[in-house]
Design a protein around this ligand. Structure first.
Ligand SMILES: NC(=O)c1ccc[n+]([C@@H]2O[C@H](COP(=O)([O-])OP(=O)(O)OC[C@H]3O[C@@H](n4cnc5c(N)ncnc54)[C@H](OP(=O)(O)O)[C@@H]3O)[C@@H](O)[C@H]2O)c1
Length: 242
């Protein structure tokens, strides 16, 4: 399709599956990850020169600006931005959570997506059409006990999408949130172990739903969100009334 797609957290898990789908559709994908640790495997699995990886911590304003400037210079446009990079720390009751752990969740899940929006919107809003997909979680739609920092950060991601959608209403820029339930990825394995992770939906399935959203086969209104759980779409929600 020749679209320019930027995906954060594209070296593994959901981000890598999304990269595979977009590449298969004929798009150019600029993937970003924090480290180069998984690049060799990611490149092998995508197998295309149209998949370009860059390294950068998306919680760094300087790095976000630098990477987006580089992409804008090269591609001149961003058709689709997927803010997918995220972090979920260990399970703990509120009384046992250190403030630094809460702040880390807010940085990794919310600040990163906010920074990407902040610096990508000026370019994307000038285009006839552009789409920002922010990856939250079911945990962002309702709090999960012992995952308060993650739930709080991911519910902030919903607020971010709603704000971007409303502020750019009447332009060609749309923004919506994808809220997956558990997926069989490293994040889930680290939190709940390999046996539990193997029972979760695949990131391929969730990436397939995202593909249908961008291809307008599934309609999610700008500012709205979609919940994908146990290999099914369990809800599509419009943005809240003004
Ligand atoms: N897995 C689940 O059960 C689940 C459920 C609901 C929602 N989600 C959400 O879905 C998204 C993808 O999750 P996943 O399970 O695929 O994650 P994952 O397997 O842990 O992969 C995370 C990816 O994000 C990158 N990343 C992390 N922090 C970053 C940062 N600060 N800057 C740049 N890149 C960063 C990682 O890069 P490196 O490889 O270099 O570290 C990696 O590419 C996340 O937002 C997650 O919260 C996951």
């Amino acid at each position: 399709m020749n679209r320019v797609v930027v995906i954060t957290g594209a070296s593994r898990g959901l981000g890598l599956e999304l990269a595979r789908k977009f590449i298969k559709a004929g798009d150019k994908v600029f993937g970003i990850s924090r480290t180069r640790k998984h690049w060799a495997a990611a490149r092998r699995s995508v197998g295309s020169k149209n998949f370009e990886l860059s390294c950068g911590d998306m919680t760094s304003e300087k790095k976000v600006r630098e990477l987006l400037t580089k992409i804008a210079r090269r591609a001149r446009r961003i058709d689709i931005l997927v803010n997918n990079a995220g972090y979920c720390g260990p399970l703990a009751r509120i009384e046992k959570i250190f403030p630094a752990e809460l702040m880390e969740h807010l940085k990794q899940n919310l600040l990163s997506a906010f920074l990407m929006c902040k610096y990508a919107i000026p370019l994307m809003v000038k285009q006839d059409r552009a789409l920002i997909l922010n990856v939250s979680s079911m945990a962002g739609t309702r709090a999960v006990p012992r995952l308060f920092p993650y739930s709080a950060a991911k519910s902030g991601v919903l607020a971010l999408s709603q704000s971007v959608a409303k502020e750019n209403d009447g332009t060609g820029l749309r923004c919506l949130t994808v809220c997956p339930g558990g997926m069989n990825t490293e994040m889930r394995r680290e939190l709940f172990g390999a046996e539990d992770a193997a029972k979760q939906q695949t990131p391929e399935f969730v990436a397939g739903v995202v593909e249908q959203i961008v291809d307008n086969k599934i309609e999610v209104l700008s500012g709205g969100h979609i919940v994908i759980r146990h290999g099914k779409i369990t809800g599509i929600f419009p943005p809240p009334a003004a």
